[in-house]
Design a protein around this ligand. Structure first.
Ligand code: PLP
Length: 461
């Protein structure tokens, strides 16, 4: 760990009080004075200073190492500070830092090709955005323009981003404070057997009933008024609910029957996270539009986008698309994407995520669940898992109320941090979402810590 970062005192002229502050201490003080944080009450926050990272580890302001079992916000799919991606960003920066979207740039062209070749079916054109939320904004705008319809259906238990339409599409409490009820987005229940909205007893029953429910919603909402059905291929922050086999295909069939666009949100699932390039491709389904961000360049420079099928691309062949962004296809972001995708190919990172799921996370998390009554269910695939924690295994009462936290969840999150892990906890769940190229040793260490932390949860059962 570079001592210079954490400990070197700052000599700030004229200020006795801060004369011996370290760089990290100064960063913290200025953060608390001037930075406004996402999704947070500003005055009660106590954020950790992160000064450095490498692979699956980060270091705090005191030089303490943490195992990043969160991949930050599930985006560092190839881990932190991959040297080839850093070199690509540096080379691009030395040549051309920025260029407006109306010009051609080789990093953008190459990134679009690499993405188009990996998305399923005829999703051959890419519109680049700055992140996932604006990708969803534009996908919905395209669907509305092409269909001439306005309403959009999305699932409860979903997250689609923090901007206007995306937050209204979101099917969890993050939407509530921003929902004016006038956005044209409506919600339906996706499949989730453990907390089935349909009282189903098996995955087959859950799948059939969830599709029947969607068909009813479409029918009673008026199919001619619905532009798109938008779903996460596997809902991520809302709980890692892998849909039963056949569900996505059923949604595709319903969309086809009613002339509705199907939009797959692959912002979290895309680029290896689930052990495939895209979870929807793995399910054998081609959506009309696919949104991505996060893993596309492991989050090294902000980037997202929409992969567009032939029909929609040709709709805008002669008429202009009414939308754009100053940084659409920014050279630094797309150069990072080109390097990331090439690294993923060369190092077999997608295959590794699949192996991790099949050989390590799946079996070991299930074994952990056997030992702990607080674990209601283990769900996931690839490098994307969640433990659903309950206060009562019989009634499945969650260990934290929906949309909130609890002393038990707070205690085990504090414990994991104290033991040297950055966990991803949400409501009553621990998500297991480390980089897709985490070493087997680090994966085992993270699981050991979670196993130990669950003793805390068990005390509340
Ligand atoms: N869609 C999904 C499935 C996500 O998980 C996220 C972010 O977590 C978003 C959209 C929003 O992406 P961004 O935060 O880059 O706007």
């Amino acid at each position: 760990f570079p001592d210079s970062l954490a400990r070197t005192p700052m000599s700030i002229a004229g200020s006795q009080q801060v004369a011996t502050e370290s760089v990290a201490q100064r960063a913290y003080r200025l953060d608390r004075e001037h930075v406004f944080h996402s999704w947070s009450a500003q005055d009660t926050l106590d954020p950790m200073v992160i000064t450095q990272a490498e692979g699956s580890s980060v270091w705090d302001g005191d030089g303490r190492k943490y195992l990043d079992f969160s991949s930050q916000l599930v985006n560092t799919n190839i881990g932190h500070q991959h040297p080839r991606v850093i070199a690509a960003i540096q080379e691009q920066a030395a040549r051309l830092c920025t260029i407006a979207p109306q010009y051609v740039n080789e990093a953008r062209s190459e990134a679009a090709r690499l993405i188009a070749e990996r998305t399923p079916g005829d999703l051959n054109r890419v519109f680049f955005t700055n992140g996932g939320a604006d990708a969803n904004e534009h996908a919905v705008r395209m669907a509305r323009l092409v269909t001439g319809r306005y309403k959009v259906l999305t699932t409860y238990r979903s997250y689609h981003g923090g901007t206007a339409t995306a937050v209204n599409m979101t099917g969890d409490p993050r939407r509530w404070p921003s929902d004016l009820g006038t956005s044209g987005t409506l919600h339906f229940w996706g499949p989730f057997l453990y907390r089935s909205a349909f009282h189903a007893q098996s995955q087959e029953e859950e799948c059939a009933r969830a599709l029947e429910h969607l068909e009813q919603v479409l029918t009673f909402e008026g199919p001619d008024t619905i532009a798109a059905v938008v779903l996460e291929s596997i809902p991520g922050t809302a709980g890692v609910m892998v849909p039963p086999p056949g569900y996505m295909r059923g949604v595709r069939e319903l969309c086809d029957r009613f002339g509705i666009m199907m939009i797959a949100d692959e912002v979290m699932t895309g680029f290896g996270r689930t052990g495939a390039w895209f979870a929807i491709g793995e399910a054998g389904v081609v959506p009309d539009l696919l949104t991505f961000a996060k893993g596309v360049n492991s989050g090294y420079v902000p980037l997202g986008g929409v992969a567009i099928n032939r029909e929609i691309a040709s709709y805008f062949g002669k008429r202009p698309y009414p939308g754009g962004l100053t940084y659409s296809g920014h050279p630094l972001a797309t150069a990072a994407a080109v390097a990331t995708i090439n690294v993923m190919e060369d190092e077999g990172i997608v295959e590794n995520a699949r192996r991790l799921g099949e050989e390590i996370f799946g079996p070991r998390l299930r074994a952990i669940a056997e030992r702990h009554p607080s674990v209601g269910e283990v769900r996931g695939t690839g490098a994307m898992w969640a433990l659903e924690l309950v206060r009562d295994p019989a009634t499945r009462e969650p260990l934290a109320p929906y949309g909130g936290t609890s002393p038990a969840m707070a205690e085990l999150t504090v414990f994991l941090k104290a033991e040297g892990m950055l966990p991803f906890t949400n409501f009553n769940r621990i998500h297991v979402v480390p980089p897709c190229n985490i070493s087997d040793t680090d994966a085992a260490e993270g699981l050991r810590l979670i196993d130990t932390a669950l003793d805390i949860a068990d005390r509340y059962v």
